[in-house]
Design a protein around this ligand. Structure first.
Ligand code: TXA
Ligand code: MG
Length: 343
């Protein structure tokens, strides 16, 4: 990763582990500007979460509809408390277990949270990210940061600083680099503003893990059915999409389609397999073949970066092996079916 001012009006990229970079970033944020920063899930596009004008710039930079609310990032529970009308025991238990970490908690907002952050909803989404650069920035800035994923709306989320630079260019002035993100997909979102609590977005913290703390939870309908998704407000079905056309197939079907495409001599085709034990037939030598780890945590960590790579080499069509239906794979299934959706 090259640090410093990039040529051609792109953002400045600085090493987020450097204290001077953090101070500079906090200064930009205090002045109502935007800074992209790493979290353990994906890179975020941050602005002062209590400033309407600053948050406005996020929507503009992303091309995001104003109906889609933002997550407020906080350093810890103490910083979260003033932002909610009430901090229930369930929230404390979740925070004790998973914060800082990839869990976003939705609660009734306090009067401090600007309307634009909530997209007019009475609730606010809160998360404390488990990344030293993000936490350092939050402590230095000393306030909540509104931060969606640092990509254009509906596109693939960034897991490396270069993905942010590519997606947003000069729309963001400064990107703090913190290396590739560890978890690889966006946080799990749980709403405690409903009874029973409801999972609004699947993510690195699984449903069984949440149920250990909360008892039975509801899940947004159509969680992982093909073509039947609904979720958090403003979350369209098509989301997290690479430039290439993506489709998801059970292994046998995948090999069959690849074989047909290869025999037709088609170029620009890529295949992504789960696990190392699949031997790819020689006739498929024309395809780009990628292998993700066969376990859900490993696959999650690598999926977006792999799709970014395939986009950057200009693949037109990407076929990916369908993950199993079990609970630990649900979040990846959700992302893949959304990315493959045409709506
Ligand atoms: O891992 C993550 O959560 C990343 C990193 C940067 O923290 N952030 C992220 O933000 O994925 P974004 O804006 O790309 O996705 C936030 C989701 C949206 O689907 C939005 O609808 C939902 O959170 N959300 C935000 N506020 C909400 C609220 N008050 N009620 C329900 N859903 C909400
Ligand atoms: Mg996003």
């Amino acid at each position: 990763m090259t640090m410093g001012q990039s040529a051609g009006g792109g953002p400045e990229v600085l090493d987020g582990r450097d204290q001077a970079s953090i101070s500079k970033a906090a200064g930009i944020l205090k002045n109502g500007g935007l800074v992209a920063f790493p979290t353990e899930t994906v890179y975020g596009l941050g602005a002062d979460g209590l400033s309407k004008n600053a948050v406005e710039k996020i929507y503009e930079a992303k091309g995001r509809p104003k109906t889609n609310p933002l997550i407020l990032h906080v350093a810890d529970v103490e910083a979260a408390a003033p932002l909610v009308a009430d901090w229930p025991n369930m929230a404390q238990e979740l925070a004790d277990k998973y914060w800082p970490g990839p869990l976003t908690i939705v609660l009734q907002a306090s009067g401090l949270v600007p309307d634009i952050v909530r997209a007019g909803n009475p609730t606010v989404a809160l998360r404390s990210p488990a990344h030293p650069v993000a936490l350092d920035l939050l402590r230095t800035f000393d306030g909540p940061l509104a931060a969606p994923s640092a990509n254009r709306a509906t596109e693939l989320s960034p897991t490396k600083s270069e993905h942010v630079v590519k997606a947003l260019g000069g729309a963001v002035g400064l990107v703090l680099d913190g290396g590739p993100t560890r978890a690889g997909i966006e946080s799990t979102i749980i709403s405690l503003a409903e009874t029973p609590p409801r999972v609004l977005r699947l993510g690195p913290i699984s449903i069984p893990e949440l149920e250990e703390t909360l008892g039975p939870v509801a899940v947004f309908s159509g969680a992982v059915e093909r073509g039947a998704m609904q979720a958090a407000p403003g979350m369209s079905t098509r989301h997290y999409a690479p430039k290439a056309q993506l489709s998801v197939h059970e292994l046998g079907e995948l090999l069959e389609i690849l074989g047909t495409l290869a025999r037709q001599g088609r170029g620009g085709i890529a295949a992504i397999f789960l696990g190392d034990d699949i031997s790819v037939p020689a006739e498929l030598h024309k395809c780009v073949v990628k292998k993700l780890p066969g376990d859900p945590v490993g696959a999650m960590a690598g999926i977006y970066a792999t799709l970014h790579d395939l986009d950057s080499i200009g693949c037109q069509r990407v076929l990916i092996q369908e993950p199993p239906q079990s609970a630990e794979w649900l979040a990846i299934r959700d992302r893949l079916f959304r990315a493959a959706s045409k709506e």
